[in-house]
Design a protein around this ligand. Sequence first.
Ligand SMILES: [Zn+2]
Length: 274
Amino acid sequence: MPELPEVETVRRTLAPRLLGRAIEEVEVFRPAQVRYPDPETFRRSLRGRRFAEPGRRGKYLLLHLEGGGVLICHLRMSGRLYLTPAGAPRAPHTHVVFHLDDGQELRYQDQRTFGGFHLPDPDGRGTPEGLLTLGPEPLDDAFTPAYLHSRLAGRRAPVKAVLLDQSAVAGLGNIYADESLFRAGIRPDRPAGEVTPEEAEALWAAIRAVLAEAIAHRGTTFSLYLDGEGRAGDYYRLLRVFGRQGQPCPRCGAAVVKSRVAGRGTHWCPQCQR
Ligand SMILES: [Zn+2]
């Protein structure tokens, strides 16, 4: 599933080729992928609009439009949003196509169909609930060790569950939560309230380092993710625990284990993480 580094990579790869382009037509092949408004209003509202600089919040891609308004895209499990020449063969599971004024198409492909688009009204109606309740961006100054500790304090839930809670911190998912906890030496199933301020600071630093490195490597392609130009991310080979169950821990050599924490398959080292 695309997380912050993958969505940021999509944003960065789309930005130079999307900026200033006008939408000439919109084709919706699977109406359920347009979450708001209805597909016909969606088409009519977007025809003739021009893309401004794209942004991102958490795992939401914010395709701002010149003159106001924003086309919001969430890739969920398997969404791909990429630019391609209009004549290129259309891949299976292509649900929405935006025809641009320079002969390119912005295509939305989604095998598992959990993702899609919101185009909120000018008064904000239609904005996805999850976007309104997002916590701070982990790479911004507002995300501090003290803030992270305050969100963990008093909680009996596993520390990993708090990292996955988008209202605590935006953009982390299963891959980067596991990698961050490994680097910080914290067991994913520890009750969050037992994490000390010193450990919270180590976790804060680990989250920022892991995300920055993953962005620099254009994200992780574990199964279906591709960037805005249809390329895979290569952070996969730098993963230390995620997907490496049974293989030696890169720090101590003990076998990485996989167990279920916070309802998710979780990878960790029983020696290095306490
Ligand atoms: Zn280890």
